[in-house]
Structures are given as structure tokens and as C-alpha cells.
Unconditional design. Sequence first.
Length: 277
Amino acid sequence: MAKSSFKLSRITIPALGLFWLAVTTLPFIFVVFTSLKTQEETYVNPVWALPESLNFGNYVQVIQGNYLTYLRNSTFVIVVSVALIVSVSTMAAYALARLKFRFNAALFGLIVAGMIVPLHVTLVPVYLMTRSLGLYDTLFALIGPYVATSLPVSVFILTEFMRQVPRELEEAALLDGCGPFKIFARIFFPLSGPGISTVAIYNGIMLWNEFVFAYVLTSSPAVRTLPLAVWEFQGRYAADIPTILAVVTLSTLPLIVVYAIGQEKIVNGMMAGSLKG
């Protein structure tokens, strides 16, 4: 019985892996192949037919438009937002994980509760606040909401991670005369590298695809980000399917590269933050 079940697992596990690989890969392959077709091919040939020739004119058309402006805007907003998220969440996580003060648990619970707040509930107050501050239709209008909505999950991950740092290291630093800031900078921040990488990559990927705040808080093409580029090209070329999918391909490639490089850090950081003891 044991041998038969072992043989069955050797067959089913690779089969399930290949099935999941096909499910996740085929849609992207379809998008890439269709983006290389002409508009006439998409209407005349079958949907899954290979392109008759590699037509890169769709990509040239997209790049010659506002795509590079959208890419620059997205890169700026994501880099600044992720830097602020990492800075604030690491300091907050250290205080919640290692410093003893009143209402520590209540404050941590309040921060974690922010994870369940629906995004759309905040749109109107955030829009009004942005208008009153004079930040509407600027890239800085996106940074505040991005940081605020990303902090709960970031603090949660890093707090659980910092609770696992051996207390002996902290006590040794205290004996050497280090204060809380030095202990954080010299011990907890370096040792939390996997968790920080997880937070940075996770939030970078999530914010790269963010559409709602970018749509509500910006209006001019000069300050719009990549998700709005997809939306704009879809409106502008409503029937030009290959051009639309060329935008999707160009917008997705940076995410694929980043995730391929950092997927191990994400998994290890999530696993480390979920274990106690």
C-alpha cells in the first residue's frame, strides 16, 4: 500500500504542477502572441493561431505614445512609496515587538484591523484631503494613500518577524550601552532583511497594479501611471486588440522580472513571519 501511494504521488504531483504551469502561463503566451499580430489577423484567424509574422509595430506605436511617461511616473511613485513603507513599518514593528508600553497590544490590533478596511470607503475623504492640500493631479497625491494603505500588512509581517530575534542579542547590546535607536539600527534592521525584502517586493508589486487611487487623484496624462496607460490605450484603441495587449505585455514584464528575482525572498519572509518561537 505504501509503495503504491508513493508511486501515485510521484505521478500526481508533477501532473498537478504541469497543469498549474499551463494555467498560469498560457494566458500570458496568448497576450504576447496576440500583441504581435496585425489588427486584421485578430478578426480573420482563429484566436489561438500563431501570428503570420512578428509585427512589432504595435510596440513601436505604444512606446512612441505616452508609455514612457507612465513608466517613469510609476517607477518614481513606487520607489518613494516603498522606501517610506519600509522605513515607517520597520520602526513601528520594532516598537510593537520589543518595547513595553501601555496599550501595546491594543495599538497592534488597531493597526492590523486596518487590513480589513475596504479601499473604496476611503476614496472620498482621501480625494477631499488631497484637494485641500493642493496635491491633486500630482504624483505626490498617490504617495500618501499608497503608504497608508500598505502599512497595516507591512507592520504585521515585520512585527511577527522581529519577535523571533533572540532576546540575548538585545540584552547584550543594552549591556554595551546601546539605546533603543542603536539596537534597532545595528541589530533588528539588519536581521530583519528577509522580512524587509518581503515587504518591499510585495508592496511594490501591489502598488504597480494600483488603479483606483491613480484614477481618482490624477487627471492629466503627464502624471498618470501605468495602470492608467492600459486604460487609456483601451479607450483610445477600443477595437485595436493587438495594440492594447502590447501595452499589457510591456506593463507586465517589469513585474515578472522583479517577481522572478525576488519570489524566494517573498516566500521565505512570509514563512518566517508566520512562525513563532
